[in-house]
Design a protein. Structure first.
Ligand code: SF4
Length: 326
């Protein structure tokens, strides 16, 4: 049951935080100016708060809720979606991608390290690059990355010793970033066509690509506008919100101890080994599935971490030795 609470600006200011009070005001205005509204529910903590806020503001029941099941979701997340349906008495439609993660990985390749690294390496592999020291990369952007000509973050050397590692250990499996496209982006893009506004539980404080966004609202000429109701929330706002409105999170947080949810064991997470340890304890079948799907990438990433550690150590020793000779 959802406890009814006053959500007027003054009460929210007194009982919660200014960020929350402003988010309610802004979201109310944005909902009022759109008629077909979709809300992407992920089962994560930020999404929980967003859903609660929309539910309280959506007096005309204009909002439709959906959840994209990528094909590698925790049981904890699936159970939480069921809990949310009952708690709010709403329908949350499950969207299944045409190409879920296991199939995308099988067809196109395994993600490795990050989206950009996977994209560049995948392109190089598709053009039969053998990772030889003096070999030329055939495509422009991948060549610029490999030769450190892109400037800023799109150079291979932003990942210490990665190039040396790949030359010494050419990957013997296909690498690709495409599972994100097929399992997440494509289905999201498809369903967003049904709406003139889509709400997403994205928070600037989460970092990554989100941090580069400037506003909680994006007007999109052709497609649905985007609104991120919890965009400006900090941890203290989240806590204040949950306390006041009685929002609870999935057991992935409360029992497993995850700080964030998402695709189980994704190799883009540099701490995937820790995640796997937790999954083995709480969701052993899923841990096994992740190992089957991403195993090549786990092994290759562990090899890189060891290589990087050894190289750093070697360089330090060389430095000490040359200091000693002075
Ligand atoms: S987050 Fe990772 S596992 Fe999930 S779709 Fe993207 S690359 Fe694949």
């Amino acid at each position: 049951m959802v406890e009814d609470k006053p959500i007027d600006f003054t009460t929210l200011l007194q009982m919660t935080t200014e960020t929350i009070a402003l988010a309610f005001k802004r979201t109310e205005r944005i909902l009022a100016s759109h008629s077909k509204i979709g809300c992407s529910v992920s089962g994560g903590a930020d999404s929980d708060i967003m859903l609660d806020m929309l539910y309280r503001l959506d007096k005309d029941k204009k909002v439709e809720y959906y959840y994209i099941d990528t094909g590698l979701e925790m049981q904890a997340t699936k159970d939480h979606i069921e809990f949310l349906k009952k708690k709010y008495g709403i329908e949350i439609k499950t969207i299944k991608p045409k190409v879920p993660i296991p199939l995308a990985v099988k067809k196109y390749g395994v993600p490795f390290m990050s989206k950009d690294v996977s994209r560049f390496v995948g392109t190089m592999q598709n053009h039969n690059f053998g990772f030889g020291e003096n070999e030329k990369v055939k495509t422009i952007r991948a060549r610029m990355w490999w030769n450190n000509e892109s400037g800023g973050m799109f150079n291979v050397d932003t990942k210490p010793f990665l190039k040396e590692y790949m030359i010494d250990n050419p990957p013997n499996y296909a690498i690709s970033e495409k599972c994100c496209f097929y399992a997440k982006k494509q289905p999201a893009h498809e369903i967003e066509k049904n709406y003139d506004l889509v709400c997403i539980g994205l928070r600037k404080g989460e970092g990554g690509v989100r941090a580069s966004k400037k506003s909680c609202f994006e007007e999109c000429g052709k497609g649905a506008d985007k609104h991120y109701p919890v965009f400006w929330f900090l941890e203290a706002d989240k806590k204040a919100y949950c306390n006041y409105f009685g929002v609870t999170h999935s057991r992935a947080y409360t029992e497993y101890g995850f700080k964030r949810t998402g695709c189980a064991g994704c190799p883009f997470n540099s701490k995937f080994d820790k995640d796997l340890e937790v999954l083995r304890k709480h969701e052993p079948k899923l841990a096994k599935a992740a190992e089957n799907i991403f195993g090549d990438s786990y092994e290759y990433s562990r090899g890189y971490k060891k290589f990087r550690f050894d190289m750093k150590h070697k360089n330090q020793m060389r430095l000490f030795e040359s200091e000693g000779e002075k």
